[in-house]
Design a protein around this ligand. Structure first.
Ligand code: PAF
Length: 283
């Protein structure tokens, strides 16, 4: 069996990627921050189906965390992650150090407007999407990947990365991958590790409310009423709600005509200080 390569420096990564590209192989990059769960493995599976070579990066990106966020306590478990990637037959795990991606004096960032200014995650995590867009652009450029799967769970991130890729002319296809859920409906997230088993049950209510909202929208209830009721139901269940909204699925702008526009319902709420996000399409 072919052994999974590990690269820590940009030079090590380039050595492998140049050789693969010279052989005419297509390369998929799965960018992650580690603490890998089934949601990530679905991204790896998608990448394997779509490309000859699969690279998975693991990097807890300091640039996308705000002051007072969970950068220091974000779950890190390199050995367990590498085991999972070997089992999934990834070709290379890329574990860059912060100094590698952000050399001394680093002062260049990628700033995205449009979907990154929708008043959703951006309103609650200032600077977050500049951090994401910057690191993803760097990961794409360094690996020279042809495609990259992104989970729909971070729906705004998916749209921001797609916009950034188009605007910078990076030849990378962004492949959306549906959210993986626990049986309860709770969207898989590395941050679920912060929840007690009891709170995990409560957390599943977010998905329940999103589903209820989608059903009511399809019955013709107004987007405003659905959003208001969804927010209230989560508050009643003990959440602190950052947003519960119905938006245009392509632009993330507020809905003007709910009968004709593609719709997405997005929510972010905190439970015992743990911030959870989720969203679903209205199909
Ligand atoms: O979704 C994530 O885990 C991160 O935002 C990403 C895309 C790996 C960039 O650091």
């Amino acid at each position: 069996m072919k052994k999974m390569e590990i690269a820590r420096t940009g030079d090590e990564l380039r050595l492998h990627c140049d050789a693969w590209r010279d052989l005419g192989y297509t390369i998929a990059l799965v960018p992650t921050m580690g603490a890998l769960h089934e949601g990530h493995m679905k991204l790896v599976e998608t990448a394997k189906r779509r490309a000859d070579i699969v690279i998975v990066s693991i990097f807890v990106n300091p640039l996308q965390f705000g002051k007072g966020e969970d950068f220091d306590r974000y779950p890190r478990n390199e050995e367990a992650d590498l085991e999972k990637l070997r089992a999934a037959k990834a070709d290379l795990a890329w574990l860059p150090r912060a100094e590698e991606l952000y050399p001394p004096g680093f002062c260049t960032t990628v700033h995205v407007e449009g979907p990154a200014r929708a008043g959703l995650e951006d309103a609650h995590r200032p600077g977050h999407f500049d951090g994401v867009a910057t690191v993803v652009a760097k990961l794409f450029i360094a690996s020279g990947c042809h495609l990259a799967p992104f989970g729909e769970k971070d729906y705004q991130q998916l749209l921001v990365v797609r916009r950034m890729t188009r605007d910078l002319g990076l030849p990378v296809e962004i492949v959306p991958v549906p959210t993986v859920r626990e049986e309860s409906g709770l969207a898989l997230s590395s941050r679920n590790a912060y929840l007690s088993p009891e709170r995990r049950k409560t957390a599943a209510l977010i998905y329940e409310e999103l589903e209820r909202a989608a059903k009511r929208l399809k019955q013709g209830v107004s987007a405003e009423a659905v959003a208001f009721d969804g927010r209230q139901a989560l508050i009643d269940a003990g959440f602190e709600v950052d947003y519960f909204v119905v938006r245009n699925a392509e632009t993330l702008r507020p809905v003007k005509d709910q009968r004709t526009e593609p719709l997405r319902i997005l929510a972010a709420a905190r439970l015992d200080g743990v911030r959870l996000i989720d969203n679903i399409p209205v199909a």
